[in-house]
Design a protein around this ligand. Structure first.
Ligand SMILES: [Zn+2]
Length: 476
């Protein structure tokens, strides 16, 4: 009987508080509306004028609603007074300042929550922060995710402008940079690539209704990225500005080594995954080592083919990632060199080698490698440098002879060109990294490249979840 009486008293108090919260929300709305109306000057405003006024003040409303709903859902946490120190077990009294304000996409949320500090352990705790899964940073994960979605596409300064314009949350370019680095911290190829299950599902979709197994093309190529040395970082004597000064360092173009997998069936190209990082040969080998063990290259479900240019690291990696695959030297790489040969000095009849080179490109298409090598051997350039260049081309053709059988490639439906990896180089590396005046520290460029790969694979949300778990673990 007494229990029932207490329960009904609690229920009554609870209902009363709900009414109070609602009343406060109504009052805030009543104050909000006239401000919007004041902002609209014309008696008969256009829709744009109206939405502009509402958009400008929307956060005052969404913020109030969130605070009201939060108050109802977390009343116990907001009113908690004594707490137990998680380290020594001592009972702690709440102390000020209790208020914390966090930035979210719906506005700044004020939390009048209690804070406890144990003088013995010198450890502070706010249990409600944990319950709400707040992050230490003022900007909460929703804002951080929006920011990184922008920084992965546009420069930090632009990201900051856009973020403020569309979300109403101000975020400095530096915070946008810090969050981006934190989200991408330590990303490996396995964090970013689709899972084996997702890859197999793509293969099944592509293979449907086809008489042959689809072709899985592994293409390898490098993309030039403007980098600056790590030594340009930091403050120097008499330098007040922490930004790197152009005069103190020399930029260097470094190669972002790219590996890309595509599926080909019936003239369709389906992107599977790619990985681009500014790496030395050894670093690239190390980074790609877990790929095979993770089963990201299904071997029995596809016919495999490797496409690369003449770079040595490409073929070393190709042998590791795609042993026993059909190997092809990218046709464009090969035919571009014929243009170089055609442009060399030949004395009396320069048009003849030019015509021959044009014809040789067609011969290559038909797999007549021997004819092309023979033609190159008969070239009669007028200087030693040109002769050396031709010698180099002959040796290259001889070294890659088996990789030049484009006739076989065409008959089997294997690709000849490296368009896939070149477009990945443009879309993943160049679009974001190669901007006028931008020189990247490798320690910033590689995380950015990893984020961009994740974006193109559709695994960005997974990457962000990984980050969210990490910050929860750290603060927990
Ligand atoms: Zn303690």
């Amino acid at each position: 009987m007494a229990d029932a009486a207490i329960r009904s008293l609690e229920e009554f108090r609870d209902a009363q508080r709900r009414t109070e919260v609602r009343q406060r929300l109504h009052d805030r709305f009543d104050r909000w509306l006239p401000r919007v109306e004041d902002q609209v000057k014309e008696p008969q405003p256009t829709l744009e004028e109206l939405t502009h006024a509402v958009f400008a003040r929307r956060q005052a409303l969404t913020q109030a609603v969130t605070e009201g709903v939060l108050e109802q859902a977390h009343r116990a946490g907001l009113e908690q007074r004594p707490a137990v120190c998680p380290q020594c077990g001592q009972t702690l009294a709440a102390r000020g300042p209790p208020k914390r304000t966090v930035a979210t996409l719906v506005g700044a949320i004020h939390l009048p929550r209690p804070y406890f500090y144990c003088t013995r352990c010198q450890h502070g705790t706010a249990p409600l922060d944990e319950g709400l899964q707040l992050t230490e940073r003022r900007q909460q994960p929703d804002v951080q995710q929006a920011a990184v979605k922008l920084t992965r596409a546009v420069p930090y300064e632009t990201a900051w402008e856009l973020c403020e314009a569309w979300t109403g949350v101000s975020l400095s370019a530096h915070t946008a940079y810090e969050v981006t680095q934190a989200v991408a911290e330590g990303l490996t190829v396995l964090d970013v690539a689709p899972s084996r299950k997702e890859i197999l599902a793509k293969i099944v979709a592509v293979a449907e209704g086809q008489p042959w197994r689809p072709i899985l093309v592994l293409a390898l190529d490098g993309a030039d990225v403007p980098t600056r040395p790590e030594t340009a970082q930091g403050r120097r004597p008499r330098q007040t500005n922490v930004r790197a000064k152009r005069a103190h360092w020399t930029g260097e173009w470094r190669e972002a080594k790219g590996v890309r997998f595509d599926l080909i069936a019936d003239d369709r190209i389906v992107q599977v995954w790619s990985w681009h990082q500014i790496h030395t040969d050894a670093e690239a080998a190390e980074a790609l080592r877990p790929v095979k063990a993770a089963g990201l290259i299904p071997e029995t479900e596809v016919r495999r083919c490797v496409l690369a240019d003449g770079a040595r690291w490409s073929w070393t990696q190709a042998r590791v990632l795609g042993p026993s695959a059909v190997e092809r030297l990218a046709y464009s790489h090969c035919s571009a060199h014929l243009y170089t040969v055609a442009a060399l000095p030949y004395g009396a009849h320069p048009e003849r080698p030019r015509e021959w080179c044009a014809a040789a490109r067609a011969r290559l298409c038909w797999g007549e490698v021997h004819g092309v090598i023979w033609g190159l051997q008969r070239m009669q350039p007028t200087d030693a440098q040109a002769a050396a260049e031709i010698g180099k081309r002959i040796r290259s053709r001889q070294r890659h002879e088996e990789r030049l059988d484009y006739r076989f490639a065409r008959k089997g439906g294997y690709p000849m060109g490296s368009g896939g990896i070149e477009s990945a180089n443009t879309c993943i590396c160049h679009v974001r990294l190669k901007r006028s005046g931008a020189w990247w520290y490798v320690t910033n460029a590689n995380p950015m490249l990893a984020l961009r790969c994740a974006t193109y694979h559709g695994t960005f949300d997974r990457v962000f979840e990984r980050y969210r778990r990490r910050i929860q673990e750290r603060s927990g």
